[in-house]
Ligand binder design. Sequence first.
Ligand SMILES: C[S@@+](CC[C@H](N)C(=O)[O-])C[C@H]1O[C@@H](n2cnc3c(N)ncnc32)[C@H](O)[C@@H]1O
Length: 247
Amino acid sequence: MTMPRTTGSPGNRVAREVFADLPPRYDRLSWLLSFGQDRRWRRAVVARIAGGQPRRVLDVATGPAGVALAVARRTGATVVGVDLNEPMLQRGRRTVEAAGRTGEVVLVAGRAEQLPFDDECFDAVCFSYLLRYVDAPAEALVEMTRCLRPGGTMASLEFFVPPAAGWRAAWRLYVSAVLPVAGWMAGGSAWWRVGRFLSRSIPAHYRQYPLDWHVRAWEQAGLRDVGWRLMSRGGGLVMWGTKEAAP
Ligand SMILES: C[S@@+](CC[C@H](N)C(=O)[O-])C[C@H]1O[C@@H](n2cnc3c(N)ncnc32)[C@H](O)[C@@H]1O
């Protein structure tokens, strides 16, 4: 399924532009952006998903399928990865094939805001680095929860802004000065632009949607026992919750 590049919201267009030139070196980018911590952060999400012993998992904003593959390896579940960015999906398909997991990990084009799946058809849903690209994050959470069966687990990973003043100052310096330059050195001008974009996008997101807002939005989407953990002094945020059983 290929979506026309014009489909979707302003946030969708930003996501397509930002990630258009990145797939070939995406793994290096995630390493840089997470201060070398991305694998550890992802493992925390995968562990939450694995805890529910799912047989069918949805990974939204799957990109080149790193989380989808990790979930498949850890749980043996069938994983459906969804992304709106065709170059990312193409990269992901090559990675899945190289990993010999084409039978377990299936990648399809789609938007978090309008998922092409029936209600309650997944045992678990995860998403990573998604909500900053969505114009109405609360609505996207409702849509992802719709696809989750009652009692199923949702888990997510996002960048965050460290709450402690000293770490926050170091983080600001890193994202606004080091990251664009390191990005440029690692991958050229496209990565310079991404570094610049992220240094504005991450703080702007949490000014508009503080952590309390996220917890409330998960609860209002129909998730209970919503928990969160800051990773690496607050550079990352892992969240989880369980879908309420039907009344
Ligand atoms: C930073 S990448 C993360 C990829 C992957 N989750 C990971 O952790 O490696 C963000 C991904 O979100 C996708 N994305 C952004 N907005 C989306 C939306 N509304 N629906 C589906 N995918 C979206 C982008 O195309 C991109 O591949």
